[in-house]
Ligand binder design. Structure first.
Ligand SMILES: C[S@@+](CC[C@H](N)C(=O)[O-])C[C@H]1O[C@@H](n2cnc3c(N)ncnc32)[C@H](O)[C@@H]1O
Length: 291
């Protein structure tokens, strides 16, 4: 095992925080060593000091990406924690859909996707495809009233290129499906392909993927009606969380919803959102503009 001096650990912690916001506490030395040793070896380094030197040299970008990939945690599942997705199905989509139908009847030639959802740290994509299943079902149920798939769009982003590649492939192993999908949903929305299952069209087509780092300015993103930013703020320090939440606020349309992870809240970070407890889930809403 490579030796990790206190100085190299401190420098790596600082670098990781600058790269992706992840704030590692002083007791995470083992984690850094365990996850970055393979990165160091793959970069041809015999120790962490050499890795740090390379991270300041011409190969910095490629190695930095490998560091971020190695350090981030991509644990996720379909319909994780249930209730936030129920809120999308029973509260948000009906509200947004009715408003969209009203707009369409006033402006029948309105073009382009007009209800926009964002899965802001999507990992391997289960969160985004769960949203897409709900949107698909909502459109199916309201097609006769004039709703179409192209009235909705879902953007899924992550800082890690490797998890995004998996998300884009839309291919899951059986045990990943078993975490969150019923056998009926699997039969309806996925199809077997060798030893994997693929998300079927038209659900898959509803989601676009892009790389985005939450700690960098989100040029070109937004505005959104719903932002899922779940189980990622926990990895950041308080000032980073605060900055990100203010940006998410800017990226939401008036009246739009922000959904965080079950262990996350805006408490102490910002009071710009209205809180909306909903059947066991805590939703945040950007106040609607006054008429
Ligand atoms: C634990 S997963 C959460 C996945 C999903 N949102 C969920 O709740 O199931 C955390 C994800 O956040 C991503 N992440 C970490 N830092 C990030 C950053 N600065 N910008 C964007 N994504 C980030 C990681 O790559 C990882 O895929």
């Amino acid at each position: 095992m490579m030796e990790l001096t206190a100085q190299a650990f401190g420098e790596l912690r600082g670098l990781i925080q600058r790269l992706c916001g992840v704030a590692l506490s002083a007791d995470k030395e083992y984690l850094v060593r365990h996850r970055l040793e393979p990165v160091a070896r793959a970069a041809g380094c015999t120790g962490f000091e050499e890795l740090l030197r390379k991270l300041r040299g011409p190969e910095a970008q490629a190695i930095s990406e490998a560091v971020v990939e190695a350090i981030t945690t991509s644990e996720t599942s379909f319909f994780r924690d249930g209730q936030p997705f129920e809120a999308v199905r029973r509260l948000m989509l009906p509200d947004l859909g009715e408003r969209l139908l009203a707009r369409k009847s006033r402006l029948p030639l309105l073009a382009g996707p007009t209800v926009r959802l964002w899965s802001a740290a999507t990992a391997t994509g289960q969160e985004a495809y769960s949203l897409a299943i709900l949107v698909h079902d909502y459109v199916e149920a309201n097609r006769s009233r004039g709703l179409m798939e192209r009235d909705f769009s879902i953007l899924a982003t992550d800082v890690s290129a490797s998890v995004l590649a998996r998300a884009r492939s839309a291919a899951y192993r059986e045990r990943e499906l078993a975490r969150g999908l019923t056998p009926g949903q699997v039969a309806r929305y996925l199809q077997r392909s060798g030893d994997h299952w693929l998300v079927r069209e038209p659900v898959r087509r509803l989601v676009d993927f892009a790389r985005a780092n939450l700690i960098e300015p989100p040029f070109g993103l937004g505005p959104f009606d719903v932002i899922f930013c779940r189980n990622v703020l926990i990895y950041f320090d308080e000032s980073t969380r605060q900055r990100i939440c203010l940006r998410l606020h800017e990226l939401l349309k008036a009246g739009g919803w922000l959904v965080l992870g079950a262990a996350e809240s805006l408490y102490g970070l910002t009071d710009r959102f209205d809180t909306q407890p909903w059947e066991g889930a805590l939703l945040y809403r950007k106040p609607p503009t006054k008429q």
